[in-house]
Every structure is written in structure tokens, then in C-alpha cells.
Design a protein around this ligand. Structure first.
Ligand code: COS
Length: 383
């Protein structure tokens, strides 16, 4: 759903200019230093980028899913590190609160997340619980008006910067599966929380992840999201339905950028006395990429509209995440191929994008998990 096309167009134009004029020119610096310059973070705050999806009553822009993916198509055209910094506040770090939080929890945290004063992280994955998220072992034991958290969370995006964590933990150890899990909103300065060393990733330099370790970490009972035990896994799954659409949209944006760069290169690069863009084998790679990007974009918009209409989009979110991220991987590969040897050299952005986009097929559920969700939903629908 688009509430007001003209206002959205203005926002998209502003973000497009910011991406082209500020973010793309700083991509190499971010890759080399593994840091986003502070002045860019300030600009992101001023532009309201930390609160794109946070409801207006909590000082965000309250974008609908269709509006959000439209913005994500633009943000995807630059280094994923920039998107990653604002991504948790707009997605997995705030959605749990927005979907299932109490009014008090929302009023306290959401305005701070919208302004970027606080960065949020989503703590689901553990060393022994990745794809099988319901097997997580972190415990939250009730102790009067408190819970005591113990456990380790792994690969937590933005954890080194986070002011607040959404933590999924087992409140009922008797129940081994998903029903024993609850979600908490945890102040990162609470005693008993420590961070592991920063992960050295294949790509996405400037986006930071690490372990978050809870050791006898005492949090108030009011930190229980929604005030209800045992529904934390469902909260996490609802968060991921939305997050998967966002990652799909970012994948479309990244593929558009890679193809733009490859097209430009193919037009400029001459071999055998002519631009390589004139060769049909190059054209096939350009055309296949264009068509697949178009298909993924249509899927993202359709699924976003269905979610805005209040429909359950679990299947569509997984279909879209699977198709768009796999498409992005194929486009990355073809665009390296079009660049030839230059595609393997860091002077060209495609070398970095090739590594950066590899993560899209892994996080927020691997392609194989999306396949499993889609097939299970199909089978359940008829049985
Ligand atoms: N929305 C709401 N509820 C959902 C849901 C969704 N999208 N998906 C599942 N649930 C509910 C189910 O209805 C079920 O509820 P009941 O017990 O009341 O029937 C409960 O949650 C458990 O679901 P399910 O039985 O499907 O859980 P499984 O453990 O079998 O499988 C998968 C869950 C594999 C789908 C889940 O663990 C998953 O998505 N794994 C990948 C995790 C991931 O993406 N990690 C990335 C890191 S986070 S960046």
C-alpha cells in the first residue's frame, strides 16, 4: 500500500540522491576502514533513516511494507553496510516490539530507535541453534520481579553498537520446542552482558557482528515482550516474515546496481575492435539479469502489498526471499563474468558486491530453510 504517492516520490528522490551523492562515493572508504564515517551516520539520523518503519506515533515515518521495499530498492544500490546499520532499527531489531510489545515498551524504546539514539539487535541465533531456531538453549529463569538470562547468541548484527537487544530465550525448560521460548527487550548496559570479538566476515565490511554472551544477566520482568511467556518464537517468526521481504528488496537493489555497473563496463570495454556489449554472449548475460531482476521486483511488490492487506505472507515472504537472493547471486556472478579479469580486481565495485551479496542467501533463513517453509505450508494447506 502506498499512502501518498507524491510524498513517497519525494522520499525516494531524497534517498536516491543520498545514495548516489554520498553513500556510493564512500563505499571504498567503508570497505577499507571497516567503519562508516560518523558524519554519514549523522546524516542518516537527520534524514530519518533509522525510523523509516517505526510508527508515526513513535516518531518514525511509519512506512507500509510496499513503501519500505520501494526505499529498500534504492538503499540496496550501495554497499550493504550502510543498510545494515539502519536495518536492525527498521527491521528485526524493532519489529518484535511493534508487532507484540506493550504500549509501555513501545513508548519507551521506539522513539529512541526512530531517532537512531539507540541501535537495536535481534538475538535469535546461537552456536548450536541456527536454522533450527526452536532448539535454542539460552535460558530466562524467573526470579521474583526479574528474569535471569544465561546463554550465548551468535552472528548478531550491530551488536557492537547496540543499545538494546531483542533476545529469544527459553522460559520453560520443560518444553523443548518453540512453545517454551519467550522474547525480551534487554538494555545492553545490563550487568552480565559481554560481547565476543568482532567476526571477520567474507564481505560487508563496515557492518559488524559478534557474539552476545549473557551470564547471570538480571533483567526486569517488564522486559518480557508483550508481557506474555511462551510466544517468543512466534514473535521471532513474524519478525522474520517481514525481514525476509526487506532482504529480498535489498537484493533487487544490489542486482540493479551490479547490472548498471556491468552494462556501463560492457559499453566502454572494447575487444576485437568493438564494445563487448555488441557481443551476443554478453548480451545474453545482460538480458537474463534484467529479466530476473524484473521478476524479483514484481514478486517483492506483490508480497509487500499482500502483507499490507493484512494477509499471512509466510509462504510469499519465503518465495520472495529465496528467489530474489538467489537471483542476486546469479546476477553477481554474471556481472563478474562480464567484467572479465577486471571483475576480480578490487578497483571495480563488482568484486566487493560479489562477496557482499553472498550473505543474502544465508541470513534471515538460508535458501534451504525458505524451501522447507514453502513446501511445508503447501502440504499443510491441503492436509
Ligand atoms: N508466523 C507466525 N507463527 C509462526 C510462523 C510465522 N511465520 N512460523 C511458524 N509459526 C508458529 C507455528 O504456527 C507454530 O505454532 P504452534 O506451535 O502454535 O502450531 C510455531 O511457530 C512453531 O512453528 P514450526 O512448527 O514451523 O517450527 P519449526 O521449529 O518446525 O520450524 C523454522 C521453524 C525452520 C521455519 C524456523 O526455525 C526458521 O525460520 N528457521 C530459520 C531461522 C532463521 O531465519 N534464522 C536466521 C537468523 S535471524 S537473522
Amino acid at each position: 500500500m502506498i499512502r501518498d504517492q507524491e510524498t513517497l516520490n519525494q522520499l525516494v528522490d531524497m534517498i536516491r540522491q543520498f545514495v548516489d551523492g554520498v553513500l556510493i562515493p564512500h563505499e571504498n572508504e567503508v570497505a577499507e576502514t571497516d567503519q562508516i564515517p560518523q558524519k554519514i551516520i549523522e546524516q542518516m539520523r537527520t534524514l530519518g533513516l533509522f525510523g523509516l518503519t517505526i510508527p508515526e506515533q513513535y516518531d518514525g515515518l511509519g512506512l507500509t511494507m510496499e513503501e519500505e521495499v520501494t526505499i529498500a530498492f534504492e538503499l540496496g544500490r550501495t554497499s550493504p553496510a550502510f543498510r545494515s546499520l539502519i536495518g536492525t532499527n527498521n527491521g528485526i531489531g524493532s519489529s518484535g516490539l511493534i508487532i507484540d510489545g506493550t504500549d509501555t515498551q513501545k513508548s519507551f524504546f521506539l522513539p529512541r530507535l526512530a531517532s537512531g539514539e539507540l541501535i537495536s539487535s535481534f538475538c535469535l541465533t546461537e552456536p548450536e541453534a541456527g536454522s533450527d531456531a526452536a532448539s535454542l538453549k539460552t535460558t530466562a529463569v524467573k526470579d521474583g520481579d526479574f528474569y535471569i538470562l544465561n546463554g550465548t547468541k551468535r552472528f548478531i548484527t550491530n551488536a557492537p553498537h547496540a543499545g538494546v537487544f531483542t533476545v529469544m530465550a527459553r522460559t520453560n525448560p520443560e518444553i523443548k520446542g518453540s512453545c517454551g521460548i519467550s522474547a525480551f527487550i534487554v538494555d545492553s548496559t545490563t550487568a552480565g552482558i559481554s560481547l565476543g570479538k568482532q567476526d571477520q566476515k567474507m564481505g560487508q565490511k563496515g557492518a559488524h557482528t559478534c557474539d552476545v554472551i549473557f551470564e547471570n544477566c538480571r533483567i526486569p520482568a517488564s522486559a518480557l515482550i508483550g508481557g506474555v511467556e511462551g510466544v517468543g518464537f512466534k514473535t521471532a517468526m513474524k519478525v522474520l516474515d517481514k525481514g525476509r521481504l526487506h532482504i529480498a528488496a535489498i537484493s533487487v537493489g544490489a542486482a540493479i546496481r551490479m547490472l548498471d555497473d556491468a552494462l556501463k563496463f560492457a559499453i566502454e570495454r572494447k575487444q576485437f575492435g568493438q564494445a563487448i556489449a555488441e557481443f551476443q554472449l554478453i548480451q545474453a548475460m545482460l538480458a537474463d539479469s534484467k529479466a530476473e531482476i524484473y521478476a524479483a521486483k514484481c514478486m517483492v511488490i506483490d508480497a509487500a502489498r499482500q502483507r499490507d492487506a493484512g494477509q499471512n505472507v509466510s509462504t510469499e515472504a519465503s518465495c520472495t526471499k529465496m528467489f530474489a537472493t538467489e537471483m542476486c547471486g546469479r546476477v553477481a556472478d554474471r556481472c563478474v563474468q562480464i567484467h572479465g579479469g577486471s571483475g576480480y580486481i578490487s578497483e571495480y565495485a563488482i568484486e566487493r558486491f560479489y562477496r557482499d551479496v553472498r550473505l543474502f542467501r544465508l541470513y534471515e533463513g538460508t535458501t534451504q530453510i525458505q524451501q522447507m517453509i514453502i513446501a511445508r505450508n503447501m502440504i499443510r494447506a491441503v492436509s
